[in-house]
Design a protein around this ligand. Structure first.
Ligand SMILES: Cc1ncc(C[n+]2csc(CCOP(=O)(O)OP(=O)(O)O)c2C)c(N)n1
Ligand SMILES: [Mg+2]
Length: 328
């Protein structure tokens, strides 16, 4: 019971952090000081929180460009996060990467990428290295339902199954690739059915309840470990905001507002808060934790706004070239 409560608290801490950080982005993006496109995680908080917590600190994770949730669930830090969004020194890449290429390799978050599905082979390679090193850990790779339309997903899945690699494929399924629904992109009814034909542990969820997602991930990890094979989990969620940007997009006509309202009624952050209170966690404890996170986010934004822009001379740092690049 105590352990379940501890997990429930940790899940809520992560989800509240993601929501608060993104609420702040929504509030301030129009100021046009955050010089980066935004692919928001709002609506998907439970997935990042549950999977990052379940895989544990020794495991690695990699994500798509929709990476705020993964980054924050994994690192719990916001100074480097906001500095990066503001394009400033002290950001995860000193302001050169932006929202789509966040990373914290020292904390096991290898990073995200703007190229759909490109991180899947990278994660598979990282899993190969974990296996060669004999580590008891996995690599969780987060990608959207659009990424399963790419060959690199299938090639990675195949080799991971053939070589029994410890990779957990996490499909964050919002039913759309930009505005194109899955139904017109897929020549099959269920990706989970297809993937299940491989030598893999496979599961599917459609709940926004982080505790249930955490339990489902743990079960899958246990199965992967017992069978010494990779895992695949398709987790349905609803993207609250537009594909890229911080606004609603129901007026665009490709999805109805009613649908959003149905999902909002089981909002992951609110659901987890209710769960905590029902389990007997004191309202004071919850409020105190929320205040701490509110203050953390506000302070990180202040620091980011005040930080200097990076010097031009770091522009080509970490860029692979043998040439002396003249940027004058
Ligand atoms: C290889 C590649 N093709 C096309 C694009 C353009 N593009 C950007 S996001 C996106 C849709 C991806 O959908 P999904 O994987 O479901 O992720 P979601 O945005 O729904 O989280 C596309 C096609 C891209 N970035 N990379
Ligand atoms: Mg999608």
């Amino acid at each position: 019971m105590e352990q379940t409560l501890a997990v429930a608290r940790q899940l809520y801490r992560r989800m509240y952090l993601i929501r608060t950080a993104e609420d702040a982005i929504v509030k301030r993006y129009h100021e046009n000081d955050m010089k980066t496109p935004m692919h928001m995680s709002m609506g998907a908080e439970a997935i990042a929180a549950a999977v990052c917590l379940a895989i544990g600190p020794d495991s690695l994770c990699v994500s798509s460009y929709r990476s705020h949730g993964t980054y924050l669930a994994r690192t719990l830090e916001t100074d480097r996060f906001f500095a990066e969004l503001y394009g400033k020194c002290g950001g995860t890449a000193d302001g050169r990467a932006g929202s789509m290429h966040l990373s914290a390799p020292e904390q096991g978050y290898l990073g995200g990428s703007a190229i759909v599905a490109s991180v899947i082979p990278v994660a598979t390679g990282a899993a190969f290295s974990l296996k060669r090193l004999g580590r008891d850990a996995v690599v969780a790779v987060f990608f959207g339902d659009g990424a399963i339309d790419e060959g690199s997903f299938w090639e990675s899945l195949n080799i991971a199954c053939a070589w029994r690699l410890p990779v957990l494929f996490v499909c964050e399924d919002n039913g759309f690739a930009v505005h194109t629904p899955a139904g017109v992109r897929h020549g099959y009814a269920s990706i989970t059915d297809i993937v299940s034909r491989f030598r893999i542990s496979a599961a599917e969820t459609s709940t926004t309840d982080a505790s249930l997602l955490h339990a489902a991930t743990q079960e899958l990890l246990a199965d992967m470990r017992a069978a010494q094979r990779p895992g695949f989990i398709r987790m349905h969620y609803y993207r609250y905001l537009e594909h890229v940007g911080v606004n609603e997009d129901f007026a665009a006509g490709y999805r109805p507002r009613d649908e959003y309202e149905e999902w909002l009624a089981v909002d992951p952050v609110t659901t987890q808060r209710t769960r905590l209170l029902e389990a007997g966690v004191a309202e004071d404890w919850v409020a105190e934790m929320e205040r701490g996170i509110d203050a953390q986010v506000a302070h990180s934004i202040e620091l980011a706004v005040a930080a200097p822009f990076p010097d031009e001379c770091i522009l080509f740092r970490d860029v692979m070239t043998n040439e002396n690049v003249d940027i004058s």
